[in-house]
Write a protein that binds this ligand. Sequence first.
Ligand SMILES: C[S@@+](CC[C@H](N)C(=O)[O-])C[C@H]1O[C@@H](n2cnc3c(N)ncnc32)[C@H](O)[C@@H]1O
Length: 360
Amino acid sequence: MEPIYSATVSGGLEKLCCQEISEKCAQVRGGWWCQGRVFWSSDTFSISQLKLCERIFANLGVVKLQKIDQCRDSARLHINRILSKVNWATVMDLLPGISESQTSGQELKFRVQSRVSGQSRNTLTHGLIQNCVRESIQSDILLWEKKRSLCDLEIFVHWNDDRLIIGVPLGSHKVPLGIPKPGLRCSLAFAMSFVVRNFLHSDSFVLDPCAGKGTLIFEHVMNFPTGFAYICDIEDNEDCLTNLASLPPEKQSRVHILKSNVQSLPFQRKLFDLIICDPPFGVLHKIEQDLGVFYGTMLSSLFHCSKENAVAVFLITNVSFLESSFWDILKIYPVRHGRLNASIVVLKRAQRTSKKMKLI
Ligand SMILES: C[S@@+](CC[C@H](N)C(=O)[O-])C[C@H]1O[C@@H](n2cnc3c(N)ncnc32)[C@H](O)[C@@H]1O
């Protein structure tokens, strides 16, 4: 059976995304993924809770492509094969607001969006794909319209060296209580807490020591059990205040802000169960010290304010900076999104005896 939904996802997080889908959606069938995409079927419409999906589509069809398919005739053939089989009534049922127009017999206007990457980039133009879609749609109520503002729905055609995927986007699926001024991409911020969800409990103390706009803590307190959360940064950040002000009051009261240097944090005792951190890489946010020294001091400082069983999650371009006798690397998730090429790294606080501590 064809999957009902497909979604784009940051490269490297596809498997995690399938896990989130199976945890949040009831009766998931056939959750599978390929580079940058996940596919699944589910009876319930619980997709608004999915945070790792970037954009969700009502899936119209997917074809695994061969090398010989990278030509115009194959594009025509494959697009036609998919679209001529579509049961539009079923698709409309997935699109909020559309099914009413359909039952009242109104015509619906569609437009075509395409993205071609890989070998076919120069042969398959948007015009060609658009014509293939228009020729293939066998429905009296669906009419092609060029102007986006007049359209009821969009048909997305994604073609790369591996696959052709056609779908209709389900609009903005994100919950209304999104962060107003995100720094880091929200799906990545969510992913950083999701990878350690099994370590969290309702009393967990969480720290982001290089918080910037506070995106990591915002996504954390909105989606995961939290006792208290601390936002620290060496600089003041107006956007961070705006973001926190938009948290629901009961969540806001659990978040504290401190201006401090991650290398000399003002916490006197082992307080934190979880550290989530998107540290400066020395490009956008300059570091005066040698980066190796900066990270070494930071990891030691974080060790001293963490509980014995604490975990830490970093988003980092160079994993070797996290090799430290204070923390053990548990898991590395490489992530690619646009120009971002980094890793989400899960660390566990190293077990050290007090004797060793004194020697440091
Ligand atoms: C990559 S940004 C974090 C972005 C953040 N995740 C967001 O969503 O806005 C790194 C942050 O580290 C802060 N920073 C740089 N050096 C620091 C230090 N020594 N101690 C604490 N924060 C520091 C910078 O001010 C910056 O806000």
